[in-house]
Design a binder for this molecule. Structure first.
Ligand code: AMP
Ligand code: MG
Length: 408
């Protein structure tokens, strides 16, 4: 039987990132860049003022001070958004607004606050003279062209997941669309004669299908698009019919649950072996030992156990990293926290994933189980915020010991 690690390594080796697609900026958040993005322009694209004030030649102000004011002629107004065409010569200045292009000849901007002008209103025409009460360093209050980004600079690497601020910068750079990895497409089906959909009235012996729903959400969270196939009956024809629909839809992976143990009505294994191959169908873990991986007509195939908790954990351990790799992202990054047990935990020696609640107090982290760990008990998974990982070969861990918790 394969260890969890061996099985995961093998599965990951069978997946490669999908191809690309192009999306407008507003649809690109959360998606993963297919290639690096290079700026074509400088940012800022031109020298501009960072304040409301007066554009000057700094040498005119060498002698300026509170007791030795310098009076400059104001030759005009420079609002934001236009090129003024003004040229500031010795003894001159131009009124300038924040973000406006610094006029020719000026090398410095003096803040309104450092002048005798107290009107900032652009609708009021500038005065004909301005008195400056302070010496300013050359270049003051000017945002230099290229101070933020320079043309030909790589601003984002490939494989980067786009966030709001990235999209804002792309917009500033005049890049309206981005090339990203398309979403992988996965088919999801459940199997079992006892299964019915949530909207079907419950009749005796039937069980509502949890897995199609929970696994679809996990797949979406991992970046995939879903082909929701519903429930296959416990016979080869019904199973084959749904698997062929997945094949026809040209999905990147097929995920089924149940029907892979050794029960008399477990047909999934047989159908996949006849129309493809199984690489393995058991992994040394708990819950979730019957876990099949192979291909159906060439499409990667996962056969998860039927019990909803086993299916969920099998998905988290093996399929989430595979889908992340398919999506072009980093795969298999888990939030792991060392936690102190407040009660003993037991395993049968297989690598075990136990449902638990982790709490934190003064930087110390504690874990307790959420109750009975039967793999059919969904509520104890719902109440958990972590899975405690008991390594292979360990049969019990006493209270007070520290182990790894995988935060959900
Ligand atoms: P199996 O692997 O087919 O033997 O199924 C194991 C257990 O999981 C049985 O009790 C099934 O009724 C249950 N089960 C299988 N599939 C689902 C599902 N989609 N939703 C809820 N329970 C399921
Ligand atoms: Mg079954």
């Amino acid at each position: 039987m394969l260890s969890v690690n061996e099985a995961r390594e093998f599965i990951l080796s069978q997946f490669h990132p999908v191809d690309s697609t192009v999306l407008p900026l507003l649809e690109s958040a959360g998606r993963i860049l297919y290639e690096p993005v290079t700026a074509e322009i400088d940012l800022p694209a031109f020298d501009n003022s960072s304040v409301d004030g007066f554009a000057v030649r700094s040498t005119d102000l060498d002698s300026a001070g509170p007791l030795t004011p310098v009076i400059l002629k104001v030759i005009g107004d420079v609002p934001a958004g236009i090129i003024s065409g003004l040229s500031v010569r010795e003894g001159e200045s131009a009124r300038i607004m924040t973000g406006a292009a610094v006029p020719e000849g000026a090398d410095t901007v003096v803040m309104v606050e450092d002048t005798d002008v107290n009107i900032r209103n652009a609708a009021v025409p500038p005065p004909s003279l301005v008195t400056i009460l302070k010496k300013v360093e050359s270049g003051s209050n000017i945002r230099q062209r290229g101070a933020d980004v320079v043309a030909n600079q790589v601003i984002l690497p490939s494989r980067h997941r786009l966030k709001a601020q990235d999209v804002g910068l792309l917009a500033m750079l005049g890049i309206p669309t981005v090339k990203i990895f398309r979403r992988p497409r996965v088919a999801i089906l459940s199997s079992g004669d006892e299964l019915i959909s949530p909207e079907t009235p419950l009749t005796s012996g039937k069980v509502r299908d949890a897995n199609s729903y929970a696994l679809s959400i996990l797949a979406t969270d991992a970046g995939a698009e879903i082909l929701f196939l519903g429930i296959a009956k416990d016979n080869p024809d019904s199973i084959k019919k749904l698997l062929d629909r997945a094949f026809d839809a040209n999905v990147d992976a097929i995920i089924s649950s149940a029907g892979v143990s050794l029960g008399a009505f477990d047909f999934i294994k047989g159908v996949v072996e006849t129309n493809g191959a199984l690489d393995f169908w058991k992994v040394d873990m708990r819950p979730g030992k019957p876990l099949a991986f192979g291909n159906y007509r060439g499409i990667p195939f996962f056969g998860l156990p039927g019990n909803p908790v086993s299916a969920y954990i099998g998905f988290m351990v093996f399929i989430t990293p595979a889908l992340e790799k398919l999506s072009g992202g980093n795969s298999g990054i888990r939030k792991i926290q060392r936690v102190k047990l407040t009660e003993p935990v037991y395993s049968d020696g297989r690598e075990s994933y136990l449902r638990a609640v982790v709490t934190s107090e003064n930087n110390e982290h504690f874990a307790r189980l959420t109750g009975h760990q039967a793999s059919s008990n969904m509520l104890s998974l719902v109440h958990a915020n972590a899975l405690l990982i008991i390594p292979s070969g360990v049969k019990s861990v006493p209270p007070g010991e520290e182990i790894d918790a995988w935060l959900l």
